[in-house]
Structure formats: C-alpha cells, structure tokens
Design a protein around this ligand. Structure first.
Ligand code: 5GP
Ligand code: ZN
Length: 111
C-alpha cells in the first residue's frame, strides 16, 4: 500500500535493522524503543490492524506469535511482553498491523 511505512520496510524501500525476514513476515528493531529490547514482527501483506485479520490469516497470526517468542529467545531478551495496539485510543500510530515485543526491564502493569 502506498505511503505505508511498514509496506516500505517490507519491500526494502525504507531501511530497518532486521532480525528476521521471509516471504510472509519481517521483524526489525523499533526506531524508538520503549524498553532495552523492542522489536516489531510484521506481516508483509498490508493489514491495517488486528481487526482486519480474517480466518484465512489464522496461520499468519500464529506465525507472528511463534516468531516473536523465538526471536526473543535468540536475542536473549529474557522475559518479554507482546502487544498489538489496535486503533488510536489503544496507541496505534502505524496502520499496518504489527506485534511489539518488549523486554529487558521490569514492565509495569498494562494500561
Ligand atoms: P504503534 O504505536 O502503531 O503500535 O507502533 C508503531 C511503532 O513503529 C512505534 O513503536 C514506532 O516507534 C515504530 N516505527 C515507526 N516508524 C518506524 C520506522 O520507520 N522504523 C522503525 N524501525 N520503527 C518505526
Ligand atoms: Zn502497509
């Protein structure tokens, strides 16, 4: 999708510090980390948010979770939290769905 920063990262048009990439998914370090470890796991296809997921995406959604946990372990993140912000009131700023993985410090309560 045009003018989507994560579509542009997925195609390589915008650079990112990548942890992982295959034909469906890309993972990269967040440009403005909110914890000592903060990376994003992003489907390459443009889905605006988690509410855009359909049954056909079940496998893809599961892959995001599995890969996030695997990459956290491979990068010695220790305990971690995964977050999907859905909608502006929940803090979503980039409208291409992504999973945050945060760790490396004591994380506060949600909300
Ligand atoms: P949201 O607030 O939409 O859940 O999260 C968007 C995240 O993307 C933010 O944590 C923000 O720092 C990150 N981000 C936005 N633009 C870029 C970029 O160009 N490169 C990288 N690596 N992260 C970005
Ligand atoms: Zn996009």
């Amino acid at each position: 999708m045009e003018n989507c920063v994560f579509c542009k990262i997925a195609t390589g048009e915008i650079p990112a510090r990548k942890l992982y990439e295959d034909d469906e998914v890309i993972a990269f370090w967040d440009i403005d980390p909110q914890a000592p470890y903060h990376f994003l796991v992003v489907p390459k296809k443009h889905l605006a948010s988690t509410t855009a997921l359909r049954e056909a995406d079940d496998k893809l959604a599961g892959k995001l979770l599995r890969l996030g946990a695997k990459l956290a372990q491979e990068n010695n993140v220790g305990d971690f939290r995964v977050i999907f912000n859905n909608g502006p009131m929940a803090g979503q700023e980039v409208f291409h769905m992504h999973m945050h993985v945060l760790g490396g410090r004591k994380l506060g309560k949600l909300g």
